[in-house]
Design a protein around this ligand. Sequence first.
Ligand code: ZN
Length: 249
Amino acid sequence: MNVDDIISYHQLISAERVMIQKGMNFGIGKEYSVLLMSQRTNAPYEDVVDKTTGILMYEGHDQPRTKDCPNPKEVDQPLTTPKGSWTENGKFFRAAMDFRTGLRERAELVKVYEKIAVGVWCYKGFFELLDAHFSLLDGKRKVFKFFLKPVEKKSFGRITELPHTRIIPTEVKVHVWKRDHGKCVECGSQKNLHYDHDIPYSKGGSSLSAKNVRILCAKCNIGKSDKIMGVLPWLVAISGSISGINRHL
Ligand SMILES: [Zn+2]
């Protein structure tokens, strides 16, 4: 799967080969964890991406709603279960503390998926879990905040920094999804979609403006690169004739 691929919930589950029934999934991929996030207005948690640093601030999760806990939004988020084992909050919190104190050399790698619309998800890429806080919300209840930095996973497990301007913000994705009616803008397909940069990021195209982002299917994306490659022989011919002219001068 590539960053900015648009997938269904079913595809998300088959990609990770587990039943993800909750948003926080520590260590499920052996080499990484998985977080599901949503910045939609009716989302249950406040997940925010800092616009100047690209750091994702992910909110921990509440107690499950039970007979004993009818209003999870009124009690502290749990670090451990009633039986004493770590909750997902606890597992992520411990990993962040271990990294901060130097107990672990590398930060926990986390794959992030974000919700775009009902049943529609987008793969946001890899992040590193740098830090976590357990703070008072509105002076009342304790909630977790996890701090994650966007990174790129290269071959041989090498991790490099990812410029945060490369990331397409959620609000741009949601806007483009509605504007393009959830379909490939070239052929109307609703399969194998992804968010495409009209002008590629590597060529200076922006990720931050909806004007440079559109929905394309995989087939039309290949067609797009064919078009770019098709220009190449023509460019080579031109530069050849220019150097030919130069020789004559
Ligand atoms: Zn298409």
